[in-house]
Design a protein around this ligand. Structure first.
Ligand SMILES: N[C@@H](CCC(=O)O)C(=O)O
Length: 358
């Protein structure tokens, strides 16, 4: 990959210098994620589509890359920012460096950045638009890039183009999956629990989904602002009450919108693999994997038949909801982990139980 002097320029005028691999000029929403490992799963998580992502852990790439860890077929970041990239990984599963992986996916990376200072800035000012460019890029070009309108409808870029199935034909449960940018391990968790999946493009009409007569419906994670998903929300409205439904992250937000609640943007979101959450149903504390910049607005739930079942222990925001007049529950976090702690897969069992009892 071509290596030049580069910089990240944020909309507030601050500049962070480093070494840029690639000569691309990229623009995107700058967010940070705090996982100490699991970089390849994070790099291939479709929910980051269109963002410039800072990894706060100072050394990235020490155990190399292996296709085994991929959560989708490609990386759809606008750019990656790290303090240090390891160029001599050591692991029995290592099949290439992070730089090789990024080159294959044509993703620019800025290294040697003071990621602590940068993260502190985003923590206090909030998520912000930024550009990653070679250091000699003229100022007017940087300003023109910074004025690019924020990206919308990223789900259209990452959803499957056609319907496909997964899991044994004689599985106990048939599940329709609405793919807003689904992570591979979610599908694997459902198959492992005895489901045959039919995965649908995000905008598939509810009638077509219900036509396969599934035992349950799953609403996936996905990138961007949930309020952009107008047809998806209308379709979910038509599915409500017809089948048991489970949703994760974007799926959680879309379900809330379909029930008349609202979502709003967070200051800097929750992205990392050790986010503590209280489960108010099973009365336990869970350490969870998270990646979201939006949340369900608590005020908008007033008077609606919806109960909060999970809360973040960091900021008390809503992390899970149960619907009182139809068989549905959703979580804002990622029980499939990948990356992250694997102790939350019991939520898939909760969904299976719900389908069994329906
Ligand atoms: N794009 C949504 C959901 C993320 C996800 O589904 O992983 C958010 O940032 O809040």
């Amino acid at each position: 990959m071509q290596k030049v002097k580069g910089k990240l320029v944020l909309k507030d005028g601050s500049v962070y210098e480093g070494t840029l691999y690639s000569t691309h000029k990229s623009v995107g929403e700058v967010v940070f994620t705090t996982g100490m490992s699991g970089y390849q799963e994070t790099l291939t998580d479709p929910s980051f589509c269109g963002q410039i992502v800072i990894f706060t852990y100072p050394l990235i790439g020490n155990y190399g890359c292996n296709d085994l860890f991929c959560q989708s077929d490609s990386c759809c970041y606008k750019g990656l920012i790290v303090s240090e990239l390891c160029d001599e990984p050591s692991s029995w599963r290592d099949e290439g460096t992070v730089l090789d992986f990024l080159e294959k996916n044509d993703i620019p990376v800025l290294t040697g950045v003071d990621t602590r200072a940068l993260t502190r800035r985003i923590r206090s000012y909030g998520t912000i638009q930024g550009v990653m460019v070679p250091a000699d890029t003229p100022e007017d070009e940087i300003q023109a890039l910074l004025a690019t309108p924020e990206e919308h409808d990223q789900v259209a870029q990452v959803t499957t183009k056609k319907v496909y199935t997964m899991g044994p034909e004689d599985a106990k449960y048939s599940v329709a999956v609405m793919d807003y940018g689904v992570k591979r391990h979610i599908l694997e968790c459902l198959v492992e629990k005895g489901c045959r999946l039919t995965v649908f493009p995000a905008e598939t009409p509810a009638e077509d989904v219900l036509a396969i007569d599934p035992d349950g419906i799953f609403l996936s994670n996905g990138p961007g602002d949930p309020a952009d998903l107008k047809p998806e929300i209308e379709n979910v409205k038509k599915m409500i009450g017809k089948k048991p439904i489970f949703g994760i992250c974007m799926g959680h937000q879309v379900m809330a919108l379909a029930n008349g609640a609202r979502t709003k943007k967070m200051l800097f979101g929750h992205r990392g693999i050790n986010q503590p959450v209280r489960d108010l149903v099973d009365h336990k504390i869970c350490i969870t994997s998270q990646n979201h910049g939006f949340m369900v607005d608590e005020d908008s739930l007033k008077g609606l038949p919806i109960e909060v079942i999970n809360r973040s222990l960091n900021d008390n925001t809503i992390e899970g909801l149960r619907y009182l007049d139809h068989p549905t529950f959703t979580v804002q976090y990622h029980p499939e982990a990948s990356p992250g702690p694997s102790g939350n897969a019991y939520l898939f069992d909760r969904f299976i139980k719900m389908m069994g009892g329906h």
